[in-house]
Design a protein around this ligand. Structure first.
Ligand code: PGA
Length: 752
């Protein structure tokens, strides 16, 4: 995703990568003195460049910039790492099962939201999506051109199969090269065509789109075919060894990246589609759709989906007939209808809660005549919606039209941060767990293969944590040989920026998915369920008491954290709020958590937990909690992640913010929150059985402690700078404040 969570500028992180590279070069034992000196100088230069570079982003990124950044990671590391990773996986499978990875199978694939996610982001327009799809194809064509050029050099063999010779002519001296030359020519032509199309899109002269002349590579299968011909020919002529090298790598890349590098998902909020369908119905004089009952909506939508007659003309809406938001929705679907279907991934509906939300998107796809319907994934992300998720899907599966359409496959996305923002960490974690359990059951009953798409961020309050533990703590049956997961801004560099790290991150995923599938975690015992039900209920109540119903809360949040100042950071292309104005409800989950991370109170990760644990212990349930911590991976992963937060959090630091920035009448709330903080930390440690947070992970603890040493003074500075910026005493302080925010996020390792 392109979520606004990567605070480090691209120019800066590139220098970090260079420094990392130089440092590992310095470790080589075979370096001559001269080489050592040269690397030392290069290191010096890189540090000096960094020192002289502005660490603050002055210009807001556009979604197209974000897409370029994402593509760079693909090109820099994943393009090369994936074939190596597949080779390793192939060897491992072969040594365990006697059978390697079959050709044509792609266990890891990538999608992207950069340029596709328009939920609450008015900057992500149809034009942007169109551009991004083209840019992605252009990059892919370049990468394939380079690789196939190298393959052309390699494949100088003369023995070939009859099939291949028939294709290139019997008397050809170097048949492979001859075939590949044709491929390269066609790739060049494709590149030129894509470039011209991009120019036409950028200049808005779509009527000047170039006609497709001659043969181009517009479908992955077309590029695959000649390469498979080479592959089969090499195998048939006793050259399997050669076939297993670069050629296999390219074929695997086609399976993984297609001709597009990244398939683009599209995301929009449910209410926006409902409004668009409402406008269509109003235009047809059929009534007021938004006031219909859910059943009436579904009946209408299914009738229209089954009908062959279109509902609207392509001239709808006339100028001024609908507002800009509705026009934008229709334009988006019309834009999707002219995209190459291979560029598109899933259509995700955020804030989904009813079957009609999914049917509306299906209807809009039909009305705007998408060449190939995109699979639709509802995103359930508020506690009530998660509780109702399985029921919503069951009602959809009961509709014959829908069953026929999905061909027994369904992707469902579950949102970690918005649920935690809605209900607090503990209630959300249990809500997510139960939703998955029930979705698995419902899909099993209906014979539907379910893919759960986990929308999680890097921080604990956004569902982050070590991937291996997270996957192994899912309900049994929910990781059934497959899963989908978001990798967000702040972790992309650290997980995939360097080839070695990228390989390790992918290995962790493959290993954990295999393990969770073949040896799923235990079913929770009945007494654990009862216990966590009470914990979730108590913590939800406490979370709402403070965040929703405490009169001073919003005012306190605004005074005690840099929430209002974060907007100046220009981290990503989308605004911090879904809609202008409003309180916590319109604020996106990321800035909500970001703000609390800065002051080190980290409230979203723990609020409600302490009160719930205390009630359980008072009920005499400590032995059950201990048993859950010992034996239930889900509970352990949840408690361990909360404990980790306490290693970075610091109530004394947050007290400093209150002392200087919070008006006196609001101060008691801050004191109460810090009391709750301390209580929650002690009770969490009582459950995990540690004296201090992270006691059993000395390496992580040491790393956090080293960083905290540098972050603490930045917090002191931030308090002073916030006070100056707010009193408008000194304009220059804003820059310094932004640098402090940057530094604290870097030290906390996760911004949002
Ligand atoms: P969202 O993401 O606001 O785009 O749903 C939240 C998150 O990733 O934390």
């Amino acid at each position: 995703t392109a979520h606004p969570t990567e605070i480090v500028r691209r120019s800066v992180s590139r220098k970090f990568l260079r420094i990392q590279h130089l440092l590992s070069e310095l470790d080589r034992p075979d370096l001559s003195r001269l080489e050592q000196r040269e690397i030392g100088e290069a290191l010096h230069r890189a540090v000096a460049e960094l020192w002289e570079t502005d660490e603050i982003r002055r210009v807001r990124l556009t979604p197209v910039d974000e897409a370029y950044n994402g593509l760079q990671t693909m090109e820099q590391t994943l393009w090369d790492v994936l074939p190596d990773m597949y080779r390793r996986f192939d060897h491992a499978l072969e040594s365990c099962t006697g059978q390697g990875l079959p050709m044509g199978l792609a266990p890891i694939r990538f999608g992207s939201w950069m340029g596709g996610d328009r939920d609450g982001n008015p900057n992500c327009t149809p034009q942007v999506t169109r551009e991004v799809c083209l840019i992605s194809r252009i990059r892919a064509a370049e990468l394939y051109y380079r690789e196939i050029g190298r393959l052309h050099q390699d494949l100088s063999m003369k023995t070939a199969s009859a099939d291949l010779l028939r294709e290139v002519g019997l008397d050809t001296a170097e048949p492979y090269r001859k075939l590949l030359k044709k491929v390269l020519k066609r790739l060049r032509k494709t590149q030129r065509h894509l470039h011209r199309t991009l120019q036409a899109v950028r200049s808005g002269e779509l009527s000047r789109l170039p006609p497709i002349r001659g043969q181009l590579y517009l479908q992955a299968e077309k590029l695959r075919a000649p390469l498979m011909l080479c592959y089969r020919s090499l195998v048939a002529s006793g050259n399997s060894m050669i076939a297993g090298g670069r050629l296999t790598d390219i074929l695997r890349r086609i399976d993984i990246f297609g001709l597009v590098l990244l398939k683009l998902d599209i995301r929009q909020e449910a209410g926006r589609h409902s409004a668009a369908v409402g406008a269509i119905i109003r235009h047809l004089g059929m009534g007021s759709y938004l006031e219909w009952s859910e059943e009436e909506k579904q009946d209408f939508l299914v009738r229209e989906l089954e009908s062959r007659r279109p509902l609207i003309m392509s001239t709808f809406p006339a100028p001024d007939e609908v507002d800009d938001e509705i026009r934008e929705i229709l334009e988006t679907f019309r834009m999707l209808s002219v995209q190459n279907p291979e560029s598109l991934g899933t259509y995700v509906i955020s804030m989904a809660s009813e079957p009609s939300h999914i049917l509306e998107v299906a209807l809009l796809q039909k009305e705007c005549r998408l060449q190939q319907a995109m699979p639709i994934a509802p995103l359930f992300e508020r506690l009530d919606d998660l509780n109702g998720a399985a029921d919503t899907m069951e009602r959809l599966f009961a509709i014959p039209w829908y069953r026929e359409k999905i061909q027994n496959r369904q992707e469902v996305m579950i949102g970690y941060s918005d649920s935690a923002k809605d209900a607090g960490k503990l209630a959300a974690a249990w809500g997510l767990y139960r939703a998955q359990e029930r979705l698995v059951q419902v899909c099993e009953q209906h014979g539907v293969a379910l893919t759960l798409f986990h929308g999680r961020g890097g921080t604990v309050a956004r569902g982050g944590g070590p991937a291996h533990e997270a996957i192994l703590s899912q309900p049994p049956g929910s990781v059934n040989g497959n899963m989908r997961v978001t990798e967000q801004g702040e972790v992309i560099q650290s997980k995939y920026g360097l080839p070695g790290m990228a390989m390790e991150s992918l290995e962790v995923y493959i290993g954990a998915v295999l393990e969770a599938t073949l040896r799923p975690p235990p079913e929770p015992r009945e007494r654990w369920r009862k216990q966590i039900d009470s914990l979730a209920r108590d913590s939800l109540q406490e979370f709402h008491r403070v965040v929703r119903y405490h009169d001073d809360f919003v005012a306190y949040f605004r005074a005690a954290t840099p929430e209002q100042e974060l907007g100046n950071l220009k981290i990503g292309s989308r605004p911090a709020r879904r809609r202008p104005g409003g309180g916590i409800e319109t604020l996106r989950a990321i800035p909500w958590i970001f703000a609390w991370t800065q002051t080190r109170l980290m409230l979203p990760a723990w609020l409600g937990v302490g009160v719930a644990l205390e009630a359980a212990i008072d009920r005499g349930d400590k032995p059950v909690l201990d048993e859950m911590q010992q034996e239930w991976p889900f509970f352990r992963a949840t408690m361990d992640s909360i404990e980790m937060v306490f290693s970075k959090a610091d109530a004394n630091v947050s007290e400093m913010y209150d002392f200087r920035l919070v008006p006196t009448p609001l101060k008691p709330l801050g004191e109460e929150l810090r009391r709750l903080f301390r209580k929650t930390m002690n009770l969490t440690l009582a459950i995990t059985g540690h004296k201090v947070p992270l006691e059993t992970q000395p390496v992580v603890l040491r790393s956090v402690e080293v960083r905290n040493t540098y972050v603490d003074p930045l917090n002191v500075l931030q308090v002073e700078l916030l006070s100056r910026v707010r009193s408008k005493e000194d304009d220059a302080s804003l820059d310094a404040l932004l640098v402090a925010i940057n530094g604290i996020s870097a030290g906390m390792r996760n911004t949002g």
